[in-house]
Design a protein around this ligand. Structure first.
Ligand SMILES: [Zn+2]
Length: 322
């Protein structure tokens, strides 16, 4: 099986091509099995004059600009390296299409991927998420060492291949149900009762954002009216243009006083560890708006209702200060 990743640039002009700047791939004996060979082609950009924001941030952009390899040579080298392999995989499912769009642009024959496995979709199933998960987040979730830059095609292909070890045939076969029509936002029905200013609390330091979000201390805010301990089951967040989301919103319901919002703000310390700050802010129109945007963004479904996970949260020294 070949695990493939691409970097590309869309530019700002009218040429409708995501120009491929790097083809990275690894060959594995089987999904999750050892990496037995690697392929890395850095391609000189020639189609677009400008780089889009994503391309400008590619860690290896300089090496693409300096490369003497043009796309046709890289594509043919890649085709030869694949050697008739029919099973492909990637993080997301667009890479073979993009490769073929570029082949078409340059008048080359298309690639034939007999079978393509979208490991991003399979991973979402494996961890019970209904959202796409970024590669770095999945790697962090699985505790892979953060030693290679992301958004370099070979590194991303390598991380993707390693994550294959976490996936079962059932994960690979899973297909999401078609999205239901957007329903009226019942979730926005928040309590209108005024409440006194609530104490804030700290979580961490912990190793990963996930740990901070899953920590029991993060997910058990008190009803601001009766003080009853309640639970947040999922965190919603607006997806930022770049970087890691830092504000997370979770709703929780008191049987007597209605729904409130808990807000968790994550910050990364200089030593790389993460700190969470929890709050139950007053429900203003601004807060409801932020929550509504977060509902349209990503979601993190908390793990950690079992005893085992609770012990783990304890080890992570999630501290609660109220
Ligand atoms: Zn209450």
């Amino acid at each position: 099986m070949i695990v493939l990743d691409l970097e590309w640039n869309r530019g700002y002009d009218k040429k409708p091509l995501n120009e491929i700047l790097q083809i990275g791939a690894v060959r594995v004996e089987r999904l999750g099995g050892p990496i037995v060979d690697v392929f890395d082609a850095r391609i000189r950009p020639t189609v677009h004059k400008n780089f889009d924001l994503g391309a400008k941030k590619l860690p290896e952009l300089k090496s693409f600009k300096k490369s003497r390899t043009r796309f046709p040579a890289a594509a043919e080298a890649f085709r030869a390296w694949c050697g008739g392999e029919t099973q492909f995989a990637g993080w997301g499912r667009g890479d073979v299409e993009e490769l073929n769009e570029n082949c078409k642009y340059w008048g080359l024959a298309p690639f034939q991927a007999g079978e393509f496995f979208d490991l991003q979709r399979a991973f979402a199933h494996a961890v019970g998420s209904d959202q796409q998960i970024a590669l770095w987040r999945a790697a962090e979730y699985c505790g892979l060492p953060d030693v290679f830059d992301y958004h370099s095609a070979l590194n991303d292909a390598m991380y993707t291949a390693v994550l294959g070890a976490w996936l079962t045939p059932e994960d690979l076969a899973w297909r999401p149900e078609p999205a239901p029509p957007k329903r009226h936002r019942a979730a926005l029905r928040l309590s209108r009762l005024p409440f006194p200013r609530q104490p804030r609390w700290k979580v961490g330091p912990v190793q990963t954002p996930m740990e901070a979000l899953d920590a029991r201390a993060s997910r058990t805010p008190a009803c601001p009216l009766c003080g009853r301990r309640l639970g947040v089951a999922r965190w919603h967040f607006a997806v930022p243009k770049t970087g890691v989301p830092q504000q997370f919103y979770g709703a929780f319901s008191c049987p007597d006083h209605g729904r409130f919002l808990c807000r968790m703000t994550l910050t990364r310390r200089e030593d790389g560890q993460w700190l969470g700050r929890g709050a139950v802010p007053p429900i203003t129109p601004e807060l409801a708006q932020e929550y509504a945007s977060a509902l349209d963004g990503g979601v993190h479904i908390c793990r950690g209702t079992g005893r085992k996970r609770r012990r783990r949260a304890g080890r992570a020294q999630a501290s609660e200060q109220r």
